[in-house]
Design a protein around this ligand. Structure first.
Ligand code: HEM
Length: 147
């Protein structure tokens, strides 16, 4: 990775394509959970979006690991890298809480009669937290080049 002129940037491009796919898909779902585009059923949108979000990790994680290995000792000492990893775990925890606590009742609040009221506060909080965490992860990733 360090010896090749093109390998690191090529792997970084794969990382960025994955980030675009992950954040793009998650942001659309989060905006729906915040109450936008109420005509679209949350359950249908979720089943369309989640496979793409999962596929994005197949691009992001191997490329991130490759770049990490190339500068492991610098990165492990970087507070920004540690913060980025903690934020990713926080995003996973937030998603886990959403799917175990909020999503099981989707049939009730996403039914045709209830849909116009929008998702419950717990879903909106989860979506807002998710957006804030993923934007912070992207910021930390970019800041790695500077700190
Ligand atoms: C899961 C979501 C992730 C997001 C949203 C994300 C975001 C980013 C962003 C925005 C960059 C900057 C790209 C650029 O400026 O060219 C970056 C770079 C990087 N990421 Fe990630 N990343 C993620 C996961 C990971 C993982 C799991 C690892 C490693 C285990 C990792 C390791 C790195 C490394 C080493 C860099 C390169 C820093 C540099 O060379 O300046 N990332 N990431």
């Amino acid at each position: 990775m360090r010896q090749s002129l093109w390998l690191y940037p090529a792997v970084e491009i794969v990382h960025i394509v994955g980030i675009g796919l992950l954040f793009g898909s998650i942001a659309i779902l989060d905006l729906r959970l915040l109450g936008f585009s109420k005509s679209i059923a949350v359950k249908r949108l979720t089943s369309h979006i989640l496979p793409w979000a999962a596929a994005a990790f197949l691009l992001i994680v191997p490329s991130g690991l490759m770049m990490f290995i190339a500068h492991a000792s610098d990165l492990i000492a970087s507070p920004v890298f540690v913060l980025k990893m903690c934020l990713i775990m926080g995003a996973g925890l937030n998603a886990g809480l959403f799917y175990t606590i909020v999503f099981p009742s989707v049939g009730a609040w996403d039914s045709e009669e209830m849909r116009k009221l929008g998702p419950p506060p717990s879903a909106r909080v989860s979506a807002a937290v998710s957006l804030a965490i993923w934007i912070s992860v992207i910021a930390c990733g970019r800041l790695l080049a500077y700190f």
